[in-house]
Structure formats: C-alpha cells, structure tokens
Design a protein around this ligand. Structure first.
Ligand code: MN
Length: 569
C-alpha cells in the first residue's frame, strides 16, 4: 500500500505523526539528485509498510535520518514518539556509522556485528529499506562513493537479506550493485544477453499454449504459468562457473508453473515429462528435500520443440510466497559448504538457524491484525537479537572487524590482528581514550593498539586474556620460544592480472584457470589509480607453488594479458 493512502485511511496514527514530524524536520533539505530529502524518508517508510511490519517500524523508518541529518535530537524523538521508536531510530543511526571498504576476510564478522549492534531485528529491516532506496538512487552520487556503497550493499546487506529469507530483496540489491562493481562485465552481459532474453521469451510464449493444453487434457491444470528471467548478477556468477559460455545456461529464462496442491506439482511434472523428455540429472525435488533455507519447488529441464532446453519450476502458491519473502536461514548451508569453520562456529550457527526458523513460524502462524496482547509481546520478544550474546565485535582503525568472546581485552584484540602486534603491545586506545590493557571491550569499540619495537609480553597478561590464541602466544613468548608455530598456513592464492580491455578476455582467463582444474573463489575487476590498464583480481583455491607458477605462465600467454603476479594468502 502507498504510504500516503495509509495515512489518509488512518488519520492521527503514529505513522501520520511521524510523517508530518519528519517532513518538517527535513524541510528545505535536498538529496544529491536535487529532489527533497524527505522523499527518501517517505520511501523508506513505504517499503516497511509493504513488508507488513508494525507501526513502530514504519514510523521509525520515516524518522530514521532526523537525528543524523537534522537539528532534531534523540531526546525530542523520545518525547514525541516514546522509547520504542527512539530506540529503533537510534539503532539505525548507529549502524550508519559503520563503513565497510571491502576486506574480504572480515565480511562475515561485519555481518554479524551489524546484527549484534542492531539488538532488534526491526532495526535491520529499517536499515535494509533505507539501503534499498539509496541503491535505487545511487546514480546521483559521485563515483567513488557509488563504489563504496555498492560494495557494502553487495557484501553485507544483500547477504543479510538473503539469510533472513528475503530473496527478492537480496536479488534486487545484488542487481542494483552489479553495474557499479563490475562495469565491464555488466556492459558485456547486457550486450550479449539482451537478444537471447528476447529470443528465449518468444520461444517460451510459443510453447506455452501447447503446455497449457496438455496439462488440461491430463487433469493437471496450472493456476498460472509465467516466465522468470534470471537476474543479471546471478547470471554473472553462474557464468563464471561455466567458462562464460552463455549456451550452457539453461535457466536464462525459466518457466514457472504455480499449482493448487502439492500433489498437483507431481502431476504436472509427470505430464510435462510425457510431453517433452527430461534432461538426465536435472530433475530436482526440493519439496521432498527442501533447501536448508526452506526453499521448496520441483525443478526440471526438458528438451522442448526445436531441440531447445527449457528449465521449468513447479510449486504451489504458498511455497512460492515463502520462497520469495519468508524469513528463512541460510547460515548452516553456506558454512557447511565452506567447511573450514570450527565445530564451535557450527554450533553457534545451529542456534541461529533455530532462532530464525522459530521467527518464521511465528510470522506464519499469527495474522498481523488478530494478535492478542500476549502474542504481540511474544512476537516482539522474538525480534530481539540475542544469538550473539557470547561474542563482541571490535573495530580496528582501518575498519576491520575483530570477532572476540565477551570479556575480551585489548591484548586479545592485539593478538587477533597479528602475533607480533600482541607481543610488542604496550598500550591501547579505545574510542580515542587511553585505557588499561585489561579493560573489557564492547561491541562497536574502535580499538587502536600502541606497540614498541623489541617489547616482550608480560606473564601477568595471562590473568586477564580471554582467548586461547592470546594465551598460547604469551606462554610461548614467556618461555622464549618462537611463535611461528601457531601462525596459520596460507589457504588460497590471489592472482593479480593486468589486462588490456578486450571482448572475450575474461572468458579466456577463466577458461585457462578452469582447464588447470583450479577453483575460482572470487573475482573482482578494478581500475587502479594512475594505472593505464584495468586489473583483475582472482582468488583461487590453490596453494601449491609449482602449480601456481605453471598457471601464471599459461595466463601470461593469453592475448591482452599484460602482467600476472600472485600472492599466497
Ligand atoms: Mn537514510
């Protein structure tokens, strides 16, 4: 529903009061695009209204920038709208002060810290609605800022949305960030894909009547059949795994069939397979075995008329709704895939999954309008974020996030940055103030470690440090032993490839790496300051130096590659 229509229908509501208050507070302010600042506040509130969140969230969404960007104080918000809304506005303001500049190893910590600092899931929802509007209007900002915001959205906010089961939102955020993060690839994709999209769409339009007729004849009627075009960003990531060969992407445009009941799903699948032969190995039953984030659907790829492969997805309307918007968790699945986390982390993740699933059941079982007082309180309780209560997240002066147990001190922090920083630590500043080394750190603390060359750790530190990493290093140093034993081994290789921009170069590079049987972990392209040529940064799952040298030689032979260097990280 549009926000203004809601206000007309509910005169005197908290939402209306917030609307008037924020409109007045932002009066005369303009955004970079030249439009009134308040448009952004109203758009944020409207998004929250469409997500069917409670009044307090919508009102706080409209008010979210008044403390940061106008003369209004948090006290005034509290006086006018009460504790709850002031708390939400304050939470969003705090989150806005954390900036992410792309330190990959710290991404997961950064996501956790945002959740932990939020304390209430509604703060996260408001921040996501705020970010959605900022991304939709990103074109008006200066390019360096565009890049930073796009990177933060892509690495932090979109994954948070995805894990909360908001797949639509996650997809849109990734897509909005994509042209700013990978301009070359975006241009290449749009140029190459457009025709195929149109051609695929036409083909599907052509076969749709035949499909409808067959389903009717076999008594497996569909409620609706429509097309789902793959999002650009997800197409790009899939292409990286398939040598950038568009011919190998069957689901560029997929057919999506919505049916009445679960039994209908299987009837329709059977009928389709009698009409067109399925491609072996591509039938997926996510109904019998849902994805860990709760996704349910049947998938199949068939050989349609003119020998063309068509991906078809079949599900009920309920499943569809849940897949797109449900609050679901994806933590465990992804962590298992990465497989390099300790069992402690796995246990914590299980708890998170439980929590999100519980929340999801709540949302499903209680209609917003008909909640009793008790149910409402339980509901709000379930919004409290407490799964990180055993961890704190402190920040280095560069903006890296360090994940530590509750009670951790600057010494623990120092050792988590680097063993040498821990060993030569002589003092610490927390939020710009000198503190004793045994001071307990809190989430969001900005910690700066002061070091002095040649210093050794003190045995007394063992009395207050919390992490085993710090203890091991201190003991080793006190015994006079080398500390290299506990330093970790490199786990991957970072390739830096200076290239001349030419069509198909990316495909050649990725093909060469794939043919060497090396997995690509991540890929970024950027234009270095003052450099003549763009640089591709590729992370590969390989640590064998001999193999890497061979790969580098092969890459150097590709036409258009100027320079290749590598580093084990
Ligand atoms: Mn904002």
């Amino acid at each position: 529903m549009a926000l203004r229509a809601y206000i007309r229908k509910n005169p005197g509501s908290t939402i209306e009061r917030a609307f008037r208050f924020a409109e007045k507070a932002h009066a005369g302010q303009k955004r970079k695009s030249g439009e009134p600042y308040f448009n952004h506040s109203a758009a944020t509130g409207e998004t929250l209204l469409n997500w069917k969140l409670d009044e307090a969230s919508v009102a706080a969404g409209i008010l979210h920038d008044v403390v940061e960007d106008t003369t209004v104080t948090l006290e005034e918000v509290k006086k006018e709208f009460g504790e709850e809304i002031a708390f939400l506005v304050d939470g969003v303001t705090k989150l806005g002060r954390i900036k992410y500049r792309g330190v990959e190893a710290k991404v997961e910590n950064m996501r956790k810290m945002l959740l932990a600092l939020s304390e209430d899931l509604r703060v996260v929802f408001i921040k996501l609605a705020d970010r959605l509007h900022n991304m939709r209007t990103l074109g008006a900002l200066p390019p360096p800022k565009q890049k930073r915001v796009a990177l933060e959205t892509n690495d932090i906010y979109a994954p948070i949305a995805y894990r909360l089961g908001m797949q639509n939102l996650a997809g849109e955020l990734h897509d909005l960030a994509f042209p700013y993060l990978h301009p070359r690839e975006y241009r290449w994709l749009t140029a190459n894909v457009k025709e195929r999209y149109v051609e695929r769409q036409k083909y599907l339009e052509k076969i749709k009547p035949l499909l409808e007729k067959t389903l009717r004849e076999r008594g497996a009627a569909a409620k609706s059949i429509d097309f789902r075009a793959k999002r650009m960003s997800s197409l790009y990531h899939k292409l990286l795994r398939h040598d950038l060969d568009l011919n190998r992407i069957y689901d560029l445009v997929a057919l999506r069939i919505i049916v009445e009941t679960e039994a209908d799903c299987y009837n329709v699948l059977g009928a389709i397979h009698q009409l067109w032969p399925p491609l072996p190995g591509r039938i997926k039953d996510y109904i019998a075995l849902p994805k860990p984030n709760g996704y349910r659907s049947l998938h199949t790829t068939v050989i349609g008329p003119d020998q063309k492969a068509v991906e078809i997805q079949i599900r009920t309307a309920d499943m569809h709704e849940e897949n797109e918007n449900g609050i679901a968790a994806h933590w465990l699945y992804e962590q298992k895939k990465r497989g390099d986390e300790g069992s402690r982390a796995a246990h914590e993740l299980t708890e998170e999954v439980k929590w999100v699933q519980q929340l999801r059941r709540w949302l499903a079982s209680i209609p917003t309008a008909g909640r009793t007082q008790a149910q409402s309180e339980d509901f709000l309780q379930s919004m409290k974020i407490d799964f990180f209560r055993d961890r704190i997240f402190a920040i280095t002066p560069k903006g890296d996030v360090i994940d530590l147990p509750v009670g951790a001190t600057p010494v623990d922090f120092a050792y988590h940055i680097h063993s040498e920083i821990g060993n030569t630590c002589v003092g610490a500043k927390v939020n710009d103030h000198l503190v004793p080394l045994d001071r307990e750190l809190h989430s969001g603390d900005l910690v700066q470690i002061l070091t002095q060359k040649g210093k050794r750790p003190s045995e007394d530190w063992l009395k207050f440090v919390q992490t085993s990493l710090a203890k091991e290093h201190i003991r080793a140093a006190v015994r006079g032993k080398s500390h290299t034993l506990v330093d970790r081994k490199p786990r991957k290789t970072e390739l830096r490839i200076v290239v001349e921009d030419r069509v198909g170069l990316l495909k050649d590079i990725s093909g060469t790496i794939a043919r060497s049987h090396v997995n690509i972990l991540s890929f970024t392209a950027y234009n270095p300051k003052g450099g003549r040529y763009p640089v591709d940064k590729i992370e590969c799952a390989i640590t064998d130096r001999e193999k890497i040298e061979k790969l580098v030689l092969k890459l150097k032979r590709i036409k258009g590659v100027k320079e290749v260097s590598y580093q084990l990280v």
